[in-house]
Structures are given as C-alpha cells and as structure tokens.
Design a protein around this ligand. Structure first.
Ligand SMILES: Cc1cc2nc3c(=O)[nH]c(=O)nc-3n(C[C@H](O)[C@H](O)[C@H](O)COP(=O)(O)OP(=O)(O)OC[C@H]3O[C@@H](n4cnc5c(N)ncnc54)[C@H](O)[C@@H]3O)c2cc1C
Length: 385
C-alpha cells in the first residue's frame, strides 16, 4: 500500500467509506480503503435515498448507474385502517427538490460506488485495531500488526468506530430502546397493488414496505427492545408475523413469503452529537461521525453528503488542517440537527397510548401538504445547510 504524495487512508468500505474514496479520487487524491470484512457482499437490506442523497451521488458522478439499480417510490404514512396520516407523492417531491425519493438494495449501491473507484483501492480482510492521531500524519494499526500512516486518515468505520475512539473519544453509542426487523422478499405475483406501500404506524410500532428493483420488496418493522427481548417465539419471522401480520393482510402476505433466513433484527443506536470530529490529519464520515436513528431515512444520505463536502473542503484550502476545519464547520451543525430530529421522529412514530396516537394523527393530518414538505426543506434540499 503506497501512501506517498497527497494520499489518504480510509478505514471502512461501507457507503460512507466508498463514497469518500470516490470524492477524494475525483479531486486528485490517492486513496486506500482498509476494510475488516473479507467479503464484497453488502448487507442484504434496502435503503431509501432522499433527494439530498441522490444530489450527492450526482456530484460523485454515479447518478446514471444509481438510477439503473434503484426505483422511485410513492410513500406516506398510514394508520392501521390504511388511511393516510401524512401523504405525499413523487410529483410534489420532484418539483420541490428536483428529484424523487428512490429505494435501492444496499449491495447494489455499494457495488456501484466500488465499481467507480480506481483499481486496488479497497484492501479487504484487514481489521484496524488502533488509531493514533498526529501531525503531519496519523497512523492506523492493523490486527496483523502492520501500521499505515497518511496525511489524511478518514474514519468511515461505522457505529463502533475505532478511529473515532482514538480521535475524539467520548461516550458509547446510546440505545434508542428500539429493535428493527428488516428483510427483502420477492414481490407477490398478484395483489402487489393492494399492499400498504409506505409506512404504517401502529401502537408502539412501525411497519414499512417499499419496492426494490428486480421485482423485490424491502420491508422493515420496529418494536421496543423490551418487547423483542421478552418474545417467546422461536424465529424472527414468527415474531414479525405475530406483531405486524394482523395489522393488514398485505403485511401478513409480505412477511409470509419472506424466507426465514432473510429476516434480520438489530437494536437501533445513535450518538449524542459532538461539536468537533476532526484532528490535524484525520476526520470522520458517516455513522462513525453521526450515527442516527433511521426515522428520517438520512443516515446514508448524510454519509454521501459528508463525502462530497470533505473533498470540496480539502480542495478549497491549502492545508489538510484548514480543509478539515472547514469540513467540521459545514457538516457538524447540519448533521447534529438531523440526529436530533431523527430521534424526535422515532418517538413520534413509536407512540403507544391510543389517546396520544389519535392526537398525533389529527394534528399531522391538519398540516397542509405543501407546509409539511416545506418543513423538510432544511433536510432534503440539495444545498440545504
Ligand atoms: C434499520 C435501518 C434502516 C436504515 N434506513 C436508511 C434509509 O432508508 N436511508 C438512509 O439514508 N439511511 C438509512 N439507514 C442508515 C444507514 O444504513 C447508515 O447510516 C449507513 O449505512 C452508514 O454507512 P457507513 O459507511 O458510515 O457505516 P457502515 O455501513 O457501518 O460501514 C462501516 C464499514 O466499516 C467497516 N469497519 C468497521 N470497523 C472496522 C475496523 N475496525 N477496521 C476496518 N473496517 C472496519 C465495516 O465492516 C463496514 O464495512 C438505516 C439504518 C438502519 C439501522
């Protein structure tokens, strides 16, 4: 791994790491990604990319490829009777933000980002066990004992980031008290039109269904950790069917046709926003910097924005240090607001008590559609800040 010249090491080849590598290579950096996993297969789940995420992909030069592997979605939030709580359609979203919301298989997004990189950028099967910030270079230590230094090290190593620990320390991720089920299944041959597309909000739980390319469906459901831990059902599929199947026949149909091994469940975490991410020759992107709850669909979108903003800031400033200061100044306030807003949205979506849910639904239905979208301008607008 040659790291001479204007060169960077990125730890982690998730969406954030791959996008950052591409953004830096596009502006002339030599980049090496060090990834602990030996496998190129991305996680088997779906992802919604909102207009701001897609705008970042356009800046990265991969919009066409993205459009080929993703599909536009209609959406909104429904109550248990299938009545809209917050409806929107793609025409409204597209006319306001210049592009629709699209869903994609994560593996497809990761593979198109990886495919746009210079050959031999990603080095797999190499867990990083320690990070030491410094100047003019920072250093990562690999599990195999090897060490690599560069004038720029980017921690793109996710929620439990080793780079973050060495760079800014701080408390452990905070639990949301929520567990999410996720799965991909084939689209039904008949009756797909009757599925409750979008997100259904039930008592203390949420269930979402979105289409994916290749005649597939991505679904997810969230429940409290307590409920998840105390379930006596033998499989994740049985738990999901028991919790959500009676909400709606379409939901039951989608869960039933999902292979048992395709259902996964994870506890959801975020972190309290920190005022600084960068050192003199190192910084963070994506979940390493600002893990957030998924209720605004912004985690990956913000990782893509980080990638573009970091490359722009470094290109606009003479030294890495100045570039990193500008990157923090642009990204920390915006992502901190979105972390907090995602948490609030999660609380709202997971309300349990019938009276509170009824009040929430009534208030949300009273907000005019245009005003509702306007409230998202600061998140979804391509040049939002
Ligand atoms: C249930 C759920 C639904 C979501 N839905 C959406 C959505 O619809 N839209 C959206 O925009 N976002 C969504 N997100 C958020 C999104 O998935 C994440 O924000 C995004 O994947 C973060 O990417 P990342 O590259 O920063 O981190 P990760 O995807 O976690 O990647 C980190 C990479 O670093 C590697 N790594 C970790 N430690 C080391 C180490 N020590 N050494 C070397 N490599 C290491 C890992 O193997 C991994 O490849 C969702 C999240 C969840 C949990």
């Amino acid at each position: 791994m040659a790291t001479s010249g204007r060169s960077a090491i990125i730890v982690g080849a998730g969406i954030g790491g791959l996008a950052t590598a591409l953004a830096l290579q596009n502006t002339g950096w030599k980049v090496h990604i060090i990834e602990r996993s030996g496998s190129t297969a991305g996680p088997g789940t779906g992802l919604s990319l909102l207009p701001n995420g897609t705008a970042a992909l356009e800046r990265l030069g991969v919009l066409r490829e993205f459009e080929r592997v993703s599909v536009p979605v209609h959406g909104g939030t429904l109550d248990l009777d299938g009545r809209p709580i917050m409806a929107w359609d793609q025409e409204e979203v597209s006319s306001r933000y210049g592009r629709p919301i699209r869903t994609v298989h994560r593996a497809d997004l990761m593979s198109l980002l990886a495919g746009a990189l210079a050959v031999n950028t990603v080095h797999r099967g190499l867990p990083v066990v320690r990070f030491e910030p410094g100047a003019p270079t920072s250093t990562v230590t690999l599990e195999n004992g090897g060490q690599q230094s560069a004038e720029l090290v980017v921690g793109a190593d996710g929620l439990h980031s080793v780079v973050r620990k060495g760079l800014i320390g701080g408390p452990a991720p905070r639990s949301s008290g929520i567990t999410a089920f996720r799965a991909i299944c084939p689209s039904p041959d008949q009756g797909a039109g009757n599925l409750p597309w979008g997100e259904t909000w039930g008592p203390g739980a949420v269930f979402g269904i979105t289409p994916l390319s290749g005649n597939r469906i991505y679904w997810y459901g969230t429940i409290s950790n307590e409920e998840f831990r105390t379930s006596s059902l033998p499989t994740l599929k049985a738990m999901a069917l028991d919790r959500f199947g009676h909400w709606n026949q379409g939901i039951a149909q989608v869960i039933r046709q999902t292979p048992e091994e395709a259902v996964m469940a994870h506890e959801l975490f975020d972190r309290k926003p920190e005022p600084v991410w960068s050192g003199r020759s190192a910084t963070l992107v994506g979940d390493a910097a600002h893990p957030m709850l998924p209720f605004l669909g912004q985690g990956a979108c913000q990782a893509l924005e980080d990638a573009v903003a970091l490359a722009d800031a470094l290109a606009a400033h003479g030294s890495v240090r100045e570039g990193l200061l500008a990157y923090d100044a642009e990204r920390v306030p915006r992502t901190s607001r979105i972390v907090n807003r995602s948490r609030t949205m999660g609380r709202l979506a997971q309300l349990e008590r019938p009276g509170l849910r009824k009040m929430r639904d009534t208030v949300l239905r009273l907000i005019p559609r245009q005003l509702r979208l306007k409230q998202l301008d600061s998140v979804l607008g391509p040049s939002a800040s």
